[in-house]
Structure formats: C-alpha cells, structure tokens
Design a protein around this ligand. Structure first.
Ligand SMILES: [Mg+2]
Length: 265
C-alpha cells in the first residue's frame, strides 16, 4: 500500500522555544534538535527522538511537508530524512516538486480564487485600515495569495477578530489566529486540495495527516487517519472527527507522538 503522510509543520512537527511547552523539570527535558535558523539564530526544534523517527518515516512513505509558510520561509527549515519530492506551501497555493514551484498548479489555484473570492487587495486594505498600531507589529502579503499580521497577542481584541472573520466570510475568505500571527486566507486555498493533487500524481492509496490550526481542519478531514496535538486552535475549540485522534500531549512532545503515530499508520 502506498502511503502519503501530509503534515503541517509549525506547532505540529516543529516548535519555536515559545511553543515547546516542555512542562517537566529541566533535568528531565528531552534533547532537542534545531531544524531551522533565522537571521543566524536557532528558531525551530524537534526532539531528537522525533527527528530519528521522521528520518525513518521519510524512507518508508511519501512524506509531504504541508505548510502555510511561503516557499522562502519553508526553505529555511532543514528536516531530517530524505529531501521530500513534494512539499506544499502557501496553504496549498504552491506545490514544490523537488524544490521547484509547479507553474500549472499555481495557475489552477489562481483561476479558482479569481472566480470565487474577493481580491487580496480588498482584504489587505481592510486589514491595514482597521488594525490598531497598539497591537499591530507587522503586516504582510504572502505569495500574492493571502495576508497575515504579526500581532501583540495579549492586546489583540477578540471582538476585532470576530468582526473581521464575519466580514471575510461574506467575501469567500477565512481568518485563523496562530500564536502571534493572524491569517486571512481565501477559502478555496486549502492544504487538502494540494494534497489531493499529490495523491493523484503519486497514486497514494492511503493518506495520513496532522495539524494544529483551523487552516488544517480540511487537511485532517480529507485524510484516512489524522492526529492533532493537545494545543492550538483546534484543541482550544475541542475540534475532532471520527477518524481524527485528539492527542493530550502538548508542545514538542506532541510533535514526537505525531511522528510515531505516522510510522505506525
Ligand atoms: Mg501549525
């Protein structure tokens, strides 16, 4: 049986120091492997055990990193194991084949968004106009497809997020808050659509998936089996589905459990 494993990266497989949630005395903490540096500093980690399991997994299945990061942000990550043949970036908007963006896939995504959603310019304008400099740290568009804000999370008003989400909903867009980032993403721009394309190209018979945020819900629903960690947007709302295992482990320990579960199928 050909198995495809499509996994979200940030706060699912890899963790910044703020997201590790080690929760044990320092002398019992697991050894960590740095898998990403940013501006010459270490940024993201896995446990050494998770890293070894991921290297084994990559040799046995088609492992597809599936992230909302842009290809440039993804390129900083150095995962253990063989270089993946396919990687999904920009929440499904970019399909990298041996590291090269697939132009045909990008054009197909573009056509769907143009037909079904308000433009990025309209959504970006609203974000920038209504965000309060008191909590807005950065605003960005990504791959010409979606927008995100970096915010001072404790100061971000829930009411502002709710109002934005309702406005976006009417325009074919969705809003997701993950750590210090608030994403506004066109609804048809999904990880699951890109995974279906990779499954078609590889002839995969079984798809396993994992993710922690609202932007991963479609990915988990479309898989044959899926896992989500005990932290994150999905855990916060108690989200689950019959074939989705809701782990209680949080932080980098959840990442290790997820890679182990992938290996056991
Ligand atoms: Mg994530």
């Amino acid at each position: 049986m050909t198995v495809l494993v499509a996994s979200d990266l940030d706060r699912t497989l890899i963790y910044s120091t703020a997201a590790l949630a080690l929760g044990m005395p320092d002398e019992r903490a697991p050894r960590l492997l740095c898998v990403e540096t940013y501006e010459q500093r270490p940024l993201s980690y896995m446990t050494e055990t998770a890293a070894a399991l991921l290297a084994e997994l990559g040799a046995a299945v088609t492992f597809v990193p599936t992230t909302t990061r842009t290809p440039e942000q993804y390129a900083r990550i150095n995962l253990p194991g063989p270089a993946p043949e396919f990687a999904i970036c920009a929440n499904g908007g970019e399909l990298l084949v041996r590291g090269v963006p697939d132009a045909g896939w990008r054009a197909r995504v573009r056509r769907t968004l143009d037909a079904e959603c308000a433009t990025l310019a309209e959504v970006h304008e609203r974000l920038v106009r209504t965000a309060d400099p008191a909590w807005l740290l950065k605003e960005r568009t990504a791959a010409g497809l979606f927008a995100y804000l970096v915010v001072d999370r404790p100061l971000l008003p829930d009411a502002w997020v709710k109002e934005l989400a309702a406005w976006a909903q009417e325009r074919g867009w969705t809003v997701s808050v993950q750590g210090r980032k608030l994403y506004a993403v066109p609804k048809p721009l999904t990880k699951s659509a890109a995974v279906a394309e990779v499954a078609r190209r590889t002839g995969a018979e079984r798809v396993l998936a994992a993710g922690d945020s609202l932007l991963d819900a479609d990915l988990l629903l479309a898989a044959d089996r899926a896992w989500r960690p005990g932290h994150g947007e999905l855990a916060d709302i108690g989200w689950t589905a019959p074939h989705v295992t809701a782990l209680t482990a949080r932080g980098v320990a959840a990442g290790e459990e997820i890679v182990r579960a992938f290996g056991e199928g």
